[in-house]
Design a protein around this ligand. Structure first.
Ligand SMILES: Nc1ncnc2c1ncn2[C@@H]1O[C@H](COP(=O)(O)OP(=O)(O)OP(=O)(O)O)[C@@H](O)[C@H]1O
Length: 757
């Protein structure tokens, strides 16, 4: 039997076609990685038929040099996966000293991981599914068992298709989805605004009709009223407040007149995007100066811009507060407009203090200037709820609550997603997550025409790792089109962030891996698919993430990966008026037989082949291995730190750590995975995420609290605090405390939690 990974040494000196081609380890890489990987052949364990003659076949075994007994380093250096001589030499040597079988596989992980719900799960005999759509092959048939058994028998890697948890049947909820029209029947010329502004909108920006959000909001704001605007993602809310601001600026204003309008938004990319909108619609109003403040830029150049003066200022709260306390020229005493875009995000615990402080400073400036004019306040978000303004003590004067959907007051909590958005969920056993994601990417980017994909992950380390892994394994293969992978998260240098944001916005195809830094407000054109590889914890965040596609009446699709214990999230969404349809993961994995390897016949073989390539990639380079462990540890820690309110759905106790390790292409048992590399090999710096902690929830809780910068026994961060700390939205510009902090982070994940952007 040829399982696709056998090497017939007697038949040919070349590896068979199906042996995954691993990059030979260069001397340089060897020195860098310290722990080289060697390949050698095992004792013949089976035979393959060639020209009707039975010949012994050898399995290629790849091990870290350090695991081989009696091998000197110089011997080890001579081995490489593509060097058949070294393989046969190794095979000879191996007969004299046996290789250590890998002691543990992630399948054993119940022993190492948290107490798992899956511990007692036996290999599944048959799925419970009744509908054909839900038929799944996780419980492998005898035939497929035999096709993948080779891996199991070698003890090299565990099978993807054994010991997976049962996929629960998800009862279908009746969802009354609320719909909102995107476009109104009115054009901009119906508004009482300056004719130059109308010309810019209709001729230069080619906007024929107003959206519903614009036609309802603009007249109210032109009437000088305060407003709370809630309308679906991608409904043109930016212009809904930008047009009245520009219209209300009189010709008397120049750059020395001070800040006329202040717009606060949660992320730097959103600042740049909003700034671009203002520059576009100010085309005919050359005397009005827009400007922005973001973190990651030289403060000195920002100070110079402030000194020169600007009339419309767009900023993240962190940077604004920083300048308000350190830049004397920044005077907000003549402010006529205060806009908070993504206001619900700005006013939750992550930002509330910053925003409240900004408001009190604005008030001080008002008193100093002796200003008597009334300031107009506008709050905008797709998930805004009434009363949110009270959170920061912001006093709105008789605000209009502009809500586009016509639901009754009982349904205040209902969320709205675009009508043209198709929403799916997929229940994937943890072991198959990576292969399924890879299959999805290959399917969309090489076979289908929907080639622009945005993938959300929880942590920055996870994004870094997957971007590196996919770049090495999926990006380029001779026999298919190359795929461009991009990444975006809060710890990247601002220059890179801006460049990638612009590049991905303007490209027709590619995959952007990102954290929630890209979840809100970003207008990336024509994204075909949103993939939530890690689910968000709230329905609101779900709405914002999927809202990056299907904007202004366009079509789009979104899919969310759920593990079997997380399926209740579907009901949570249904309770908020969001309907998602189940997709069969087999349908995605099957595409691998076309997109990954045309020589593999079954889905199981193809999935195992791609998983093996990922695992090889991780073993080969210590850098990738380190990234994988960091990604895994940060994922586990972020899961452990999730707030109580969501633990009925996202329960750390239900995580099968071993299976999740496999989803990071790691072969080590969870107890041996830490951000410090292999246990015992580099024992400096970081404490391992040890078994005791994993097993004991109390210890874990304390560890999570400590990682978040507080003593477990003293202050336990509440829901909002944790969410804020785990979130990507902070501008990262709360400079004073950040600089003072001398506590050494216990891990990259902890660092990320403390200082996310
Ligand atoms: N009247 C219009 N006609 C056509 N397109 C429009 C119109 N107004 C805005 N748009 C387009 O709609 C897109 C989304 O706009 P915008 O980013 O303001 O949406 P939003 O409602 O703020 O979304 P989110 O809630 O995700 O922040 C932009 O690409 C913009 O060009």
């Amino acid at each position: 039997m040829d399982n696709g990974f056998t090497l017939n040494l007697t038949d040919s000196s070349k590896p068979t076609q199906n042996v995954p081609k691993a990059k030979p380890i260069s001397q340089q890489e060897y020195v860098k990685d310290k722990l080289p990987l060697v390949s050698f052949a095992s004792k013949p364990r089976q035979t393959v038929k060639s020209d009707g003659v039975k010949k012994p076949a050898f399995l290629v075994v790849r091990k870290k040099a350090s695991l081989l007994q009696k091998k000197t380093l110089s011997e080890v250096k001579n081995f490489s996966s593509t060097n058949p001589q070294s393989i046969s030499k190794a095979a000879d040597q191996q007969s004299s000293h046996k290789t250590e079988p890998q002691k543990t596989t992630p399948d054993d992980a119940g022993k190492f991981g948290a107490e798992s719900n899956f511990k007692a799960v036996k290999p599944k005999k048959a799925t419970k599914k009744s509908s054909s759509n839900r038929k799944s092959n996780w419980a492998v048939s005898d035939q497929s068992k035999s096709s993948t058994a080779g891996y199991n028998n070698t003890g090299i890697i565990s099978s993807l298709f054994f010991k997976n948890p049962e996929i629960p049947e998800v009862t279908k909820d009746h969802v009354e989805a609320t719909e909102e029209n995107v476009f109104s029947s009115q054009s901009f010329s119906a508004l009482k605004i300056h004719k130059y502004l109308i010309t810019t909108l209709e001729k230069d920006l080619n906007l024929k009709q107003m959206t519903e959000a614009q036609s309802r909001t603009i007249p109210i704001l032109l009437d000088k009223k305060d407003a709370l605007v809630k309308s679906q993602t991608g409904s043109g809310k930016t212009l809904a407040y930008a047009i009245p601001i520009v219209e209300s600026i009189t010709p008397k204003i120049d750059r020395t007149s001070g800040v006329f309008a202040l717009v606060i938004v949660p992320t730097r990319e959103l600042v740049l995007q909003t700034y671009t909108w203002f520059t576009k619609i100010l085309k005919a109003f050359t005397w009005v100066v827009p400007g922005y403040l973001i973190g990651g830029e030289k403060k000195k150049s920002e100070k110079a811009r402030i000194r020169k003066g600007m009339n419309i200022l767009i900023s993240t709260p962190g940077r604004l507060l920083d300048h308000l306390s350190s830049t004397r020229n920044l005077n907000l005493g003549r402010l006529h407009w205060l806009v908070m875009d993504e206001a619900d995000r700005l006013l939750d615990m992550g930002y509330e203090k910053d925003v409240a402080r900004i408001l009190s400073i604005v008030q001080e400036h008002f008193v100093k200037e002796g200003c008597i004019g009334r300031r107009q306040n506008v709050m905008v978000s797709a998930t805004l709820s009434k009363g949110v303004e009270k959170l920061a003590g912001l006093t709105l004067t008789d605000p209009e609550y502009i809500k586009l959907s016509e639901d009754d007051s009982e349904n205040q909590d209902q969320l709205v997603t675009p009508t043209n958005l198709k929403q799916w969920y997929i229940i994937v056993p943890p072991k198959l997550r990576l292969a399924t994601l890879a299959a999805f990417i290959l399917w969309k980017c090489t076979i289908s025409t929907e080639k622009k994909v945005l993938i959300f992950m929880t942590t920055q380390d996870s994004v870094d790792y997957h971007a590196e892994l996919f770049n090495r394994v999926l990006a380029k293969r001779e026999d298919r089109t190359s795929i461009s992978f991009y990444k975006l998260h809060g710890s990247m240098p601002q220059k890179d962030r801006t460049a990638i944001f612009k590049e991905f916005r303007d490209t027709d195809s590619g995959v952007l891996l990102c954290t929630d830094v890209a979840a809100r407000g970003l207008d990336l054109s024509a994204i075909d698919w949103i993939v939530q590889y890690n689910p968000p914890v709230t329905a609101e965040e779900y709405v914002h993430r999927v809202g990056r596609t299907a904007r202004v009446g366009k079509c789009g699709q979104a899919i969310i990966f759920l593990a079997p214990p997380e399926t209740d999230f579907v009901h949570r969404l249904a309770n908020r008026g969001i309907s998602v349809v189940e997709k069969n993961p087999d349908a995605i994995l099957k595409t691998l037989t076309n997109s990954w390897s045309k020589t593999t016949q079954t889905m199981e073989q193809a999935a195992t082949s791609i998983q093996l390539c990922f695992e090889e990639c991780v073993i080969e380079s210590y850098n990738v291995y380190e990234m994988a462990t960091k990604g895994y540890v940060s994922f586990v820690r972020s899961y452990a730190a999730l707030p109580k309110d969501v633990r009925d759905v996202f329960n750390f106790q239900s995580l099968h750590l071993g299976h999740y390790a496999k989803s990071f292409a790691l072969r080590d048992p969870p107890a041996q995975i830490n951000t410090n590399g292999r246990m015992g090999q580099r024992n400096d710096r970081i404490q391992p995420f040890n078994t005791a902690r994993q097993r004991n929830p109390a210890l874990l809780k304390r560890a999570a609290a400590q990682a978040l910068g507080s003593e477990g026994t003293q202050h336990q961060p509440n829901f909002y605090e944790r969410q804020a700390m785990l979130s990507e939205y902070s501008s990262g510009l709360d400079p004073a405390p950040a600089k003072k902090m001398k506590v050494r982070p216990t891990s990259a994940a902890a660092l990320e939690m403390r200082n996310p952007c």
